[in-house]
Design a protein around this ligand. Structure first.
Ligand SMILES: Nc1ncnc2c1ncn2[C@@H]1O[C@H](COP(=O)(O)OP(=O)(O)OP(=O)(O)O)[C@@H](O)[C@H]1O
Ligand SMILES: [Mg+2]
Length: 248
């Protein structure tokens, strides 16, 4: 039976077009989807579209901030969670890069820029091949970060912000002590510049939140920007339950 064979409701203004008067003239055929069903089917289609367009595409998460601000801690925590969900992730940590890719480079502006350009180059190659890249290097100069942004394209800058005094008190690697003893010169934030980002996608204040809270905020931003599926934003940590277990 076609729609045209269905009886029209008396008084229906769409009698001449039974297809359009279906809501009032014909009962929904057996097996037809309810409004709720149609909307959930639409959301499944949206999800599938997301999966084919974005979810398997790479992007670069670029952390910048002072030594001891929390870049490596956050990078590793995010890497862990993405890997657990089967995503391809690569972390380019400042310290590791300087022992391989940038071995021999110093801390002059020129060498720092070269270091960042090398990291950005690798991120660009990986990103365009579907890998999620996380850069965890101080990257003190705005211009070099902007260069990285232009080169990579799918780029999310996260300013890992923490006051110098707090970083100094943490002194995770004992470097601030060496600075105070005069054994290290040209240390970012002390006697070498750190240029704060002007328009980062996200600012994380690590002296005010736990690593778990920071990680949750970063995932929420990545979902908001369309780089990750919505499920990643669902596991938020209630303030009272967040601990320091992610610290490395
Ligand atoms: N919200 C937070 N996010 C990240 N780290 C935090 C946070 N709160 C406290 N921390 C602590 O701050 C320290 C950050 O050290 P981390 O090595 O990650 O810094 P970094 O930015 O990588 O420094 P560097 O540039 O010298 O490598 C860790 O001990 C970590 O536990
Ligand atoms: Mg680090």
């Amino acid at each position: 039976m076609s729609l045209l064979d269905l009886p029209a409701t008396p008084g229906c203004s769409w009698r001449s077009s039974p297809r359009r008067c279906r809501p009032c003239c014909s009962p929904a055929p057996t097996g037809a989807l309810s409004a709720e069903g149609r909307s959930s089917r639409r959301s499944v289609r949206r999800e599938q579209r997301f999966m084919t367009t974005n979810a398997n595409s790479g992007f670069t998460l670029w952390f910048t901030g002072l030594s001891g601000a929390g870049k490596s801690t956050l990078a590793r925590a995010i890497e862990q969670r993405l890997r657990a969900r089967g995503r391809n992730v690569e972390v380019l940590d400042g310290d590791e890069v300087r022992t391989h890719l940038s071995k021999g480079l110093g801390f002059s502006r020129e060498d720092r820029d070269t270091n960042i350009k090398r990291i950005a180059f690798v991120c660009k190659l990986l990103t365009r091949n579907g890998v999620i890249c996380i850069s965890a290097a101080i990257s003190p100069y705005r211009e070099a970060r902007e260069w990285a942004r232009r080169e990579i394209g799918r780029f999310v800058e996260v300013y890992v912000k923490c006051p110098l005094e707090v970083c100094r008190a943490r002194d995770v690697k004992g470097l601030y002590r060496l600075v105070d003893e005069g054994k290290i010169k040209n240390f970012t934030g002390v006697d070498d510049p750190y240029e704060e980002p002007e328009r980062p996608e996200l600012v994380i204040e690590t002296d005010r939140e736990t690593p778990e809270q920071s990680v949750a905020r970063i995932f929420a931003k990545l979902v908001e920007l369309g780089y990750l599926e919505p499920e990643f934003a669902e596991e938020t940590v209630p303030a009272g339950q967040a601990g320091e277990s992610l610290a490395s």
